[in-house]
Design a protein around this ligand. Structure first.
Ligand SMILES: Nc1nc2c(ncn2[C@@H]2O[C@H](COP(=O)(O)OP(=O)(O)OP(=O)(O)O)[C@@H](O)[C@H]2O)c(=O)[nH]1
Length: 401
């Protein structure tokens, strides 16, 4: 096929002062600004991005076309506007999570705001389940997470209606209550959701839901920083994997709780730097000194995003699972959040030593079994946390302290 010359484009421009964060095409258009220009040059190329006939295009700093009158081969091209997009087409443009300014937050601009982009049920091997929430925020581009146990804890930003979204849009991003039921037949399996009429009864019945809505007045919360080595890599240098498992176990037992999982690997220095720190630790430096020798702080983590996630989940009173007083101070600082109780996280191997139950841990030195970690390297790591980072863990008397 020979390429025709670019078709003439007439444009109208709109003011740049209006920002409509509620528009589901807000981010989409942000990304496709260059595409819009490219498509002006080659509107016949098949990559044409339709202009948006509303204020959503107005947030861009440079004037952008509001209406385009396009001709291809001398004939007017049919360009859909937002209002002419059908429900099915619109549902492919899944709206972004409720953007920050749409939440009516009273926070100042310097503080983080977080909003839930999607949520889904995660069944676990013991038959229980939780809802994994993925968050976006105004502070960084990382995918922070919340594991939410129980039905009573809800994300405000997730539940908020978004502009022009269809019911299937809401289902896709997890903004429903109860449990989804499988209603897809073999026939419409092949067609994606286009042939599917969404049942109105996709929530479980309300009575059943109400039973599950009982939750402790002050829920258990764990604010946990990512540790690839301890959680995925079976490392026995730290107890991070064990702590995550234990937090989840306790929340399952209570039927409620939240693990806020922050992407602050290596106390905020990142995995590459943490691996360098491990090499220094193998030379004999402790975990604090190793960080300092790499020109990092002993702990570079911040907790504004965790505060914002808890705020979105409506939690201002929490029982925090931690041994780290610094974490408590930082989570309460400049926020409504109150840690009404600190729930200690005793390292399982130290607990066993204290109780004289070491025989129960008949695993080889340094080995990890059922995520219970033990060994000299862990003992050293934990002791440094107590002695240099103020962690509130009783050191077993048999360790000579
Ligand atoms: N730089 C560095 N980071 C480490 C090391 N070992 C573990 N970490 C990181 O330390 C962090 C531990 O996070 P948490 O368990 O949430 O917090 P904590 O400060 O130990 O406090 P707790 O709430 O009592 O567990 C994670 O980001 C790990 O990746 C280490 O030797 N060096």
């Amino acid at each position: 096929m020979t390429e025709a010359s670019p078709a003439p484009v007439q444009t109208e421009y709109v003011s740049t002062s209006v920002v409509d964060h509620m528009n589901p095409l807000f981010f989409k258009n942000h990304q496709s600004h260059s595409q819009i220009h490219a498509s002006h040059q080659h509107p016949h190329s098949g990559n044409y991005t339709p202009p948006v006939d509303d204020a959503s295009s107005a947030f861009l700093q440079t004037p952008v076309p509001r209406r385009l009158s396009i001709q291809i081969d001398g004939k007017p091209a049919v360009v859909p506007t937002v209002s002419s997009i059908t429900a099915t087409e619109a549902s492919y443009s899944t709206p972004p999570a409720t953007p920050p300014l749409a939440q009516g937050s009273s926070k100042t601009i310097s503080e983080a705001i977080a909003w839930c982009a999607a949520r889904a049920r995660i069944p676990t091997p013991d038959g229980s389940e939780y809802f994994l929430h993925i968050y976006e925020n105004t502070k960084d581009k990382k995918e922070h997470l919340a594991f939410v146990f129980g039905d009573a804890i809800r994300s405000k930003s997730l539940d908020k209606a978004q502009w022009n979204e269809t019911e299937i849009d809401r289902v896709k991003r997890g903004a429903y209550s109860g449990r989804l039921r499988n209603t897809v037949s073999d026939e419409n399996q092949q067609q994606g959701h286009e042939g599917v009429t969404l049942p109105t009864n996709y929530s479980t019945d309300e009575a059943q839901l109400a039973n599950k809505m009982t939750t402790p007045a002050v829920p258990l919360v764990r604010i946990h920083s990512e540790c690839f080595t301890g959680e995925i890599g079976h490392s026995a240098r730290c107890d991070c994997g064990e702590q995550l498992d234990e937090a989840i176990r306790l929340m399952k037992a209570e039927g409620a709780g939240v693990v806020v999982y922050l992407r602050q690997e290596g106390r905020g220095i990142g995995l590459a730097e943490k691996l360098k720190a491990y090499n220094l630790q193998d030379l004999g430096y402790d975990t604090v000194m190793a960080n300092l020798m790499l020109n990092h702080g002993a702990d570079e983590r911040t907790y504004e995003v965790a505060q914002a996630i808890l705020e979105d989940l409506g939690l201002d009173q929490i029982r925090l699972l931690t041994n780290n007083p610094d974490k408590i101070e930082k989570i309460e600082k400049d926020s409504q959040i109150k840690v009404v109780e600190r729930v200690p996280m005793m390292p399982k191997s130290w607990e066993a030593i204290e109780r004289g139950m070491e025989a129960e841990f008949e695993v080889k030195e340094g080995a990890v079994e059922n995520k219970v970690v033990r060994g000299k390297e862990l003992d050293k790591y934990l002791k440094v946390k107590v002695e240099r980072m103020r962690h509130l863990i009783p050191i077993p008397s048999s360790m000579g302290v």
